[in-house]
Write a protein that binds this ligand. Structure first.
Ligand code: ZN
Length: 69
């Protein structure tokens, strides 16, 4: 399956069993789990979908912000 490469924004390839993401343009190679975390950090649109990943971090950030008040 063709997906957008998170590194060079080119065309990357996702293995049919979701095991690996590869991009020939920039030699990117990572597991799908790593890919999901990568785009969650770099793309705001995806972080909405992946609330489970970002929720824990957001809670920690909120706690830090409270100390500034
Ligand atoms: Zn790439």
């Amino acid at each position: 399956m063709k997906i957008r490469c998170p590194k060079c924004k080119g065309s990357a390839e996702l293995e049919p069993d979701f095991s690996l993401v590869r991009c020939q343009d920039c030699d990117l190679e990572m597991t799908y789990g790593e890919y999901v975390r990568y785009i969650a950090h770099s793309d705001v649109v995806y972080s909405d979908i992946l609330g489970d990943y970002t929720g824990a971090t957001a809670g920690q950030n909120a706690g830090t912000l409270d100390e500034w008040d």
